[in-house]
Write a protein that binds this ligand. Sequence first.
Ligand code: UT7
Length: 325
Amino acid sequence: MSVVRSVVTGVGGYLPDEVVTNSDLAKFVDTSDEWIVERTGIRTRHRAAPDQAVSDLAAPAAERALRAAGRTAADVDLIIVATTTPDLTFPAVATIVQRKIGAPVGIAFDVQAVCSGFVYALSVADGFVARGRSRCCLVIGAETMTRLMDWEDRGTCVLFGDGAGAVVLEPGEGAGNTEDRGLLGFALRADGGKQDLLYVDGGVSTDGRIGHLRMQGNQVFRHAVVNISEAVEAAAADAGVPVASVDWFVPHQANQRILDGVAKRLGIDPAKVISTVAEHANTSAASIPLAMDQGIRDGRIKPGQLLLLEAMGGGLTWGACVVRL
Ligand code: UT7
């Protein structure tokens, strides 16, 4: 049976220039390089310059993904940005990116599912591309998480960084089996009852402030390994592939201990896990496409390989996606 799949034809990433080390943070917050490395695996994170908005990270990531796909902005008919840190309350970052890269009139909007945003956005994009409603779609995860930090809260301010990653999705003919290139399976989850574990304490329709990120880290940690493992297994079942057949796990990068815990629970060889948490820290919706970009650029991830993407974040939201490159 012939089916149309949403095929990833290009991947790109962009990190702002400034690199902030753990020791830099220890100069003004009561922490240490030793604690951060031991509890999280994080060594550095990138920080956007004061005059860089999230669209300034998203646009170059999108242009790099288009170049990798052999496309130009003129081809783009759909832009979806997963972000929790938009330039402005409105319009959507996607429309600002559309203007900045010079894409023609098309469809553009944002998706807000915090750290799970990129997986959610891929699923939304699949609904357009695989149904013939988009010929060239940009799905972008972009964040300036450092703007949400309370720099006096050592439990959160050491964990996050800024960056953007993007993929190009195009329709491709498949045979309807697991050898097809493209997005093959999803599992998306949300549990609004757990809002208090991870949220931002300000907003447009409440107190009118941007607010700061608040997290009960150890509670989120407790849910993460169990929730992510269940979603990974459900996405693999949706795709019709055993978890063991996956070539690369490309997880959301929150904490090396979560990556290790999920790998252990699912019996995944740690050598198959792409980890960027040491250099990027947690870039929320940007972390998966940034890790994909890194794995492709350093030659580990190759065309035709099977990837399993997974994430969990505020909401709580979580999810996973199986994709053959
Ligand atoms: O992307 C969204 C999803 N987010 C996550 O997945 C994050 C999940 N959570 C985590 O990654 C971890 O829970 C943290 C890294 C946030 C914290 O690690 P933990 O091992 O769960 O530590 P804890 O919160 O239980 O705190 C242990 C101790 C506390 O001291 P006491 O009360 O035992 O004296 C904290 O005050 O570590 C202290 N602490 C710190 N010490 C030095 C907390 N943050 C710091 C810090 N430096 N930055």
